[in-house]
Design a protein around this ligand. Structure first.
Ligand code: AMP
Length: 193
């Protein structure tokens, strides 16, 4: 079982990834965590991605794929895993297929956490905290980030929808309700595979 989790920051995808990990006894691989580790360890990749990650921008695909590839070599990939934060761009959808193909594996399903745009904006604002010095600029940055999120996430979700492996869940109900919804849809998908 290899499950990709896609959705905006603050959508609860981290929590649901953890629950899925526990439920299936598999690990969660978060590309955000992998990149933060590279930065903390002051590796060559870490040095190159630092600026992007600190600003919440996306480093080039190649710099994200390298630590992900290394991690996949480390784990028992046949057991499966939850992938949090990848793919994040349309091009990463194909990259993930190739990457898994190298290990003779295939993605089982992709979970998209749906939130209305107002709600994404609110959660993004909350995440930035209250101690910002220039609220106007921050608001502009947040709106740009929302737009780039919308521009990229929907084409990704569409690709998985066409392949019959998209699980779209409303990210607003309780943690338990969302998890039940995921498991129900996951059962439907795996029963057809
Ligand atoms: P996250 O913890 O998922 O919010 O990711 C933190 C940061 O890591 C993001 O803001 C990006 O800078 C970077 N990052 C994580 N995953 C990816 C990815 N798949 N592609 C590009 N950048 C990523």
């Amino acid at each position: 079982m290899i499950i990709a989790v896609i959705g905006p920051s603050g959508s609860g995808k981290g929590t649901q990834s953890r629950l899925l990990s526990e439920h299936f006894g598999i690990e969660t691989i978060s590309t955000g965590d992998l990149l933060r580790k590279e930065i903390a360890n002051k590796t060559e990749i870490g040095r190159r991605v630092e600026q992007y990650v600190q600003k919440g921008e996306w480093p080039p695909d190649s710099l994200v794929v390298q630590p992900l590839y290394a991690k996949l070599q480390e784990i028992n990939i046949a057991k499966g895993f939850v992938l949090d934060g990848f793919p994040r761009t349309g091009s990463q959808v194909g990259l993930l297929d190739s990457l898994l193909g190298e290990f003779n594996q295939k993605l089982t399903a992709a979970i998209h956490f749906y939130l209305p745009t107002d709600e994404i904006l609110n959660r993004m604002r909350k995440q930035r905290g209250e101690n910002e010095i220039r609220p106007d600029t921050d608001e502009e940055v947040i709106r740009q980030r929302l737009q780039s999120y919308i521009d990229t996430i929907y084409p990704i979700a569409q690709q998985y929808l066409h392949r019959g492996m998209l699980i779209s869940v409303d990210a607003r109900p309780s943690v338990e309700e969302i998890f039940r919804d995921i498991i129900r849809q996951l059962n439907l998908i795996t029963s057809k595979q």
